[in-house]
Structure formats: C-alpha cells, structure tokens
Design a protein around this ligand. Structure first.
Ligand SMILES: Nc1ncnc2c1ncn2[C@@H]1O[C@H](COP(=O)(O)OP(=O)(O)O)[C@@H](O)[C@H]1O
Ligand SMILES: [Mg+2]
Length: 249
C-alpha cells in the first residue's frame, strides 16, 4: 500500500529532521506514530502527501513513487490520500455539507465545482457519511457553529468523501478533551475498519495510541526506534522513545 524507503528530510541543510525512514504500511489497520514533540512526526506524515518536500528517499504508494510526481499526476495521486488535521482545517464560513463536498473537489471539473454541481452519488455519499459520523441533521449548519468534536467529525467525513486508499491524521485529538478524544478515535477506527482504509496517525497520547492502534511506531530524533504491537510497548521502550522515566508512573 504505502512504503517509505530511506526517506530523509532536512529543512535546514545538515540538520536532518527525518533520517533514513523505512516504513511499510499494510492495506489495513491503524498505525500510530508516537514520539516527543519536535521529533518529526508531522514532517513524516506531510512528506507522504507531499505537503512537505522530502530531501531524499522514496514514497511508494500503490507502486508509484510520489516523491517523483508533480503537477496533475501529483494531484491525481493525492486524491487517494485523505488527511485529518489537528485543527480540523474546515472552511469556517461554509456549511457542513459544503465542507464535506470539498472532499470531492479533486474529482469534479472546476466548472462543476464552481457551479457546485456535484453528482447525485456524491450528495448521497455525503448524507450517508453525515449519519455515520453522528451529524445527521447538521448538513446546513455552518462549520463555525460547531464544537471541536463536531468539527473533527466533519474533518473525518470530508477525508472519507475522497474515497481514499489511505488516511493520514496528524494528532487528530490534540485539541479535544479526553472524552471527546476517545469518541473521535473510536469513530476513526470504526470508519477505517468498515471501509477497509488503512490509517497512519500521529498521536501525542500514548494511552490512546495503545488503545486504538494495531501497530505502534515510536520515533525519536527523526528515527524509528520501535515498531510493533501495543502489547510490547513496555516502559523500557517508552523510555527509549521519550527519555527519562519519572513521567512513567
Ligand atoms: N517548515 C519548517 N521549517 C523549518 N523547520 C521545521 C519546519 N517544520 C518543522 N520544522 C522542525 O522540524 C522538527 C520536527 O518537527 P515536526 O515534524 O513538526 O515534529 P513533531 O510533529 O514530532 O512535533 C522540529 O525541530 C521543527 O522545529
Ligand atoms: Mg506534529
């Protein structure tokens, strides 16, 4: 599905943020990337859909190296990668439905998009998804009238509207309270499992990652230092990822 090969990134020459990352993401399941802030988690996820230019290495997505694409070919490849953001990235003054349909913008012609002439299938899918994410009846509500949890539900629905082959999420619950965080992770997990979409998600909350991920990738200083199931993420491993130990108990 997705394979990163010797992926490296330096924003400043000589100061690598990602160092030779090798990572293979299977066709299903939730992979959670954990690690201290500043360790390159966002950079990693943003390299995958080329919001950040990798310095070197390959990003094989369905056998095609995204690192070598540009223009229309990159735009087309990106349609198959949905993204969920920490701060939701909704268009605040548009309605929930308009935000959802923006997930289809990569597919309809600019002319159809300008006239907001989305195919009936897209509208049907959008209403169905609103129901799935628990926002039936919110179609015409403006995004700026929603709570954080509701916004993230829209963010997830919008990403799924793309009919993605892969979902990326960059700390999707960091702006939410603990209860809402669990609900949003549950929703992400449910949607991913029912639609068989693999998820690569950065998380700052280790317990939440343990609870929802099938696989945990621990990063430290731009390198992968752990890759395995939640069950073997021991205190010793956490110490190697985050350093110190006073915070552990
Ligand atoms: N656009 C950028 N320009 C320069 N440095 C950046 C940029 N984005 C991130 N960095 C630096 O790269 C490092 C990794 O950042 P980031 O990927 O955001 O880590 P994380 O998501 O794990 O907190 C940090 O030192 C950060 O300051
Ligand atoms: Mg980050």
């Amino acid at each position: 599905m997705l394979e990163l090969k010797r992926l490296s990134k330096s924003y400043v020459p000589g100061k690598p943020v990602l160092v030779d990352i090798d990572l293979e993401i299977a066709a299903r399941g939730i992979t959670s990337v954990i690690g201290p802030s500043g360790t390159g988690k966002s950079t990693l996820i943003r390299c995958v859909n080329r919001l950040v230019e990798p310095t070197s290495g390959e990003i094989l997505f369905d056998g095609v190296d995204l690192a070598g694409l540009s223009g229309q070919r990159l735009r087309h490849a990106r349609r198959h990668i949905g993204m969920v953001f920490q701060e939701y990235n909704l268009v605040e003054r548009l309605t929930v439905m308009e935000n959802l349909l923006s997930g289809r913008l990569g597919y309809v012609s600019p002319w159809a998009a300008w006239r907001r002439a989305f195919p009936p299938d897209d509208l049907r899918a959008a209403f169905e998804l609103l129901d799935v994410v628990g926002l039936a009846g919110y179609a015409n509500r403006r995004a700026d009238a929603l709570s954080g949890g509701q916004r993230q539900r829209v963010g997830i629905a919008r990403a799924v509207m793309q009919r993605p082959k892969l979902l990326l999420a960059d700390e999707p619950t960091s702006s939410l309270d603990p209860k809402t965080s669990v609900e949003i992770m549950q929703l992400l997990a449910d949607v991913a499992r029912s639609r068989e979409i693999p998820v690569l998600v950065n998380m700052h909350d280790v317990e939440l990652a343990r609870r929802f991920a099938d696989r945990i990738v621990g990063m430290s200083e731009g390198r992968i230092v752990y890759d395995g199931p939640p069950a073997t993420l021991t205190d010793g491993v956490l110490k190697s990822i985050y350093g110190g130990e006073a915070w552990l108990h």
